[in-house]
Design a protein around this ligand. Sequence first.
Ligand code: SF4
Length: 86
Amino acid sequence: MEQKKICYKCLLEDLDEKEIYLKVREMIDNIPEDSRTGEDEYRHRLDVCRRCEHLLAGTCKKCGCYVELRAAGKLRTCPDLKNRWE
Ligand code: SF4
């Protein structure tokens, strides 16, 4: 049986963990539109997370959140530095 490698420096969308990603995606889609981060801002936040030392297999080591879900909340901030996503 082939052992699957885990990428600790990836977002969920970059991993082969489709089931988890789809579940998180569903949770994001259920965030009311007026509370959801706009697409450009969302992509910017994820780019910051991709380069961050605290990203661990789609989760943030600082708060334990799935970063894609955290970043999708308009009023959420980075748990490490409040203005890090700005
Ligand atoms: S939420 Fe902040 S601390 Fe966590 S991975 Fe993203 S940029 Fe890093």
